[in-house]
Design a protein around this ligand. Sequence first.
Ligand code: SF4
Ligand code: SF4
Length: 167
Amino acid sequence: MLKNTGIPTRDDLKQIYPSAERLAQGPVAIIECFQRIPCNPCATACRRGAILPFEDINNRPQLAAERCNGCALCVASCPGLAIFVLDMTYDDDNALLKIPYEFLPLPKVGATVAALNRAGEKIGTGTVIQVQNPPVFDRTAIIHLVVTKDLAHEVRNIMVEDEANEA
Ligand code: SF4
Ligand code: SF4
């Protein structure tokens, strides 16, 4: 139960997940925002109109996936860390995730880090290939993480396990 655990169920995710056809076309935002709350910076951050204007600020965000290019501006703008970008076309075996991250130290580019699921459990490892942390992101860094495709729909956070991998 999402309300009790904060962890979306498969049925919750089915409501918001981009179609298999859209995922096969390249990077796209996945908006795991399930509560009605007065919040809309994701929509105002998107320069492509891919997150539809809110008629009521309490509404949940609606993605027009065909307009999204996976730029991740909405990822950095979301105070709830509820948005991710997934690119299932990264290469034959691997997917790229863009994950919001607010812990310090940040991971180093090239680091192998623990890949965590929505419950915070380690389910594998991933490789950090980019860390975006410009001042305009206001201390919400975006970690570009490569994971094997079988993990891509489950990994939603990372943990830096080794000081050698800390920036
Ligand atoms: S990833 Fe970029 S294009 Fe897609 S919804 Fe977010 S801000 Fe808009
Ligand atoms: S900014 Fe984040 S928490 Fe706020 S409505 Fe958008 S997805 Fe939900």
